[in-house]
Design a protein around this ligand. Structure first.
Ligand code: ARG
Length: 569
């Protein structure tokens, strides 16, 4: 039920019929079809000037000849407009065909098996141990989760990876501080905050007593060597950090297949360094080892410090190879802030220089910054907004609004949870990734704007119409769906699958956000202009079908960007 496909095939037949002898014509007209700027000009337009050269005729003549060769009026009628041939769907048939296609497998509309047999690794969230989970990690978590769902929906095998930041000398210092001044209970209770306090204290005391630094290093060495005591404490620090993060993941309904982070990759850096050496890629630079990237206009990639310590890059090289060997990916995505752009360009270049042609399958899925009510996030100045606090606030605020708007609703807390979280997630996926986000409560929670709650509310509205629909409606009369509002809505539903596949191709969840929001807006317009439960049962049946299709597609769209679709609000 790809209307563009059908129009392209129809246009192809017409072309053959009109110009049976012509040579050098395109095989498939699909890529040439355009969507007219205004739907009054047709559903699709064929630009005839694209054939002028092959046919040696002016575009208006081609348009006229094609129009005369119309082969299937049940699909569309045509009109010539200058050099364009405009196709108008046969509205009644379009409504019938589209709704039966959507409702044949409603939860699958927009899905496909285009990714069958292919694997994608999606790395996202990638939090750091002993650091707070703040608003800065919202985008990666939410974009990655959405991409995973979109790829899944298109038949890919997905591997979601939380590449934990769990390696570095700071952990030696933290352990050292814990042994000196910490205790189990305080860390259990204080969590990440307590670990940070220990770390800060370490640095302060080390100013007075530099010998501490050596002790800290010794503890890191113990971690590197897998000393049982060090490992036990370190593992516990990780568990405590993850326990907090899990609360956020649960609320967001985000999951991971792997938590293999930097410490796992640190064990594999020896092999990486040997390989780089063998391939003649390592250069000495003041005792350190680097890969020279000057010919590509980039600073060198640091592999080994002069003291023998490995670096962020070294572990990332190991991680990339590990993912290829373990998952045999066809694509490998890194959902990481734009600031790390250079890091990833260097990484992919090094992989390429190592002879891995699959470096081309790796992409940095970058995103912009998040600020909060006009204020940038800055850890230094202490202006940090914690993700769990933000989500809790969102739920509280949503609850207030729901209490006011729908006092009779049962289970308001559950709806508030879905709506509050939805408002935050939607705001994150509303625009293309690279655009900076400024998060404002009144904007995100506005039930009338382009927001998560608005789309969710439209879904609930559809469900409410469906609950009210009488049983045993007759066969739908699709002539009732030939008005502009119903047709606009049908058109958007028919294009939803394109939006999903485009979102996958460009790793841009917002394309799904936008398509879903457009459907919600068009439904509301339709809803205000027409009586859905019409006195004419055939018309009512058709409008109920359209409502059902909308509800299902909106639900899918919401799911794909990580939002729940409440039945009632
Ligand atoms: N943990 C890092 C951070 O929070 C992000 C990790 C990015 N992923 C990677 N493969 N380097 O900044």
């Amino acid at each position: 039920m790809d209307m563009k496909r059908r129009i392209a095939d129809l246009a192809g037949e017409m072309l053959k019929k009109a110009f049976p002898e012509a040579e050098g014509l395109p095989e498939d007209l699909y890529p040439l079809l355009e969507v007219p700027p205004d739907s009054a000009m047709g559903d699709y337009a064929f630009p005839c000037f694209k054939l002028s050269r092959a046919l040696r005729l002016g575009p208006p003549v081609i348009a006229r000849k094609l129009a005369e060769a119309l082969t299937d009026g049940a699909v569309a009628r045509v009109e010539c407009a200058g050099g364009y041939l405009n196709f108008f769907f046969n509205r009644e048939n379009f409504a019938r065909d589209l709704l039966s296609a959507v409702l044949a497998a409603p939860e699958k509309w927009g899905g496909s098996d285009e990714g069958r047999g292919k694997t994608v690794c999606v790395e996202y969230s990638s939090i750091n141990i002993a650091k707070r989970f703040h608003l800065g990690h919202l985008s990666t978590t939410v974009i990655g989760n959405s991409l995973r769902r979109i790829y899944d929906f298109l038949g890919w095998k997905t591997v979601s990876i939380n590449y934990l930041g769990d390696w570095g000398t700071q952990f030696g210092k933290m352990l050292c501080a814990y042994k000196k001044w910490g205790d189990k209970e305080t860390v259990e209770k204080g969590g990440v905050d307590e670990m940070t306090r220990l770390y800060v204290r370490f640095n302060e005391e080390a100013k007075e007593n530099p010998a501490l630094e050596d002790e800290g290093r010794a503890w890191f060495k113990k971690i590197e060597d897998g000393d049982p005591e060090a490992m036990e404490i370190f593992q516990w620090f990780k568990d405590v950090t993850l326990r907090d993060a899990m609360k956020v993941y649960d609320v967001l309904d985000v999951h991971f297949d792997s938590y293999d982070g930097e410490s796992v990759m640190a064990k594999r850096t020896g092999a990486v360094i040997r390989e780089l050496e063998e391939k003649g890629l390592l250069k000495d630079s003041d005792g350190a080892k680097i890969v020279d990237l000057e010919p590509w206009g980039m600073p060198p990639c640091l592999i080994l410090k002069s003291d023998g310590a490995t670096l962020y890059h070294t572990r990332d090289v190991a991680a990339a190879i590990y993912r290829k060997e373990t998952y045999h990916f066809d694509r490998s995505l890194y959902v990481v802030a734009y600031q790390q752009d250079l890091h990833f360009r260097q990484l992919f270049k090094v992989l390429e220089l190592m002879g891995y042609d699959w470096a081309a399958q790796c992409s940095h899925v970058a995103f912009g910054m998040v600020s909060y009510e006009g204020q940038a996030m800055a850890t230094r100045t202490g202006h940090v907004v914690l993700l769990d606090e933000l989500l809790t606030r969102a739920q509280e605020k949503a609850l207030e609004i729901i209490k006011e708007k729908s006092p009779g609703l049962e289970n308001k807390e559950e709806a508030a949870r879905q709506v509050g979280v939805g408002a935050v997630v939607y705001a994150t996926l509303q625009n293309n990734r690279i655009k900076d986000i400024d998060f404002w409560w009144d904007r995100a929670l506005n039930f009338d704007g382009e927001t998560g709650p608005y789309v969710q509310y439209t879904h609930a509205r559809c469900r409410s119409v469906l609950r009210k629909a009488p049983e045993g409606l007759p066969v739908p009369d699709y002539a009732a769906l030939t008005d502009d509002e119903a047709q606009a809505l049908l058109r958007l539903l028919s294009r939803f699958p394109e939006a999903v596949s485009e979102a996958c191709l460009r790793n841009e969840p917002y394309l799904v956000t936008r398509a879903t929001t457009e459907i919600a807006k068009a439904y509301n317009k339709f809803y205000y202009e027409h009586r859905i439960l019409d006195d004419d049962p055939g018309a009512a049946a058709a409008r109920v079908q359209l409502t059902r299709a909308c509800a299902e597609v909106i639900k899918t769209g919401l799911y794909l960007i990580g939002l729940a679709a409440p039945e009632r609000m």
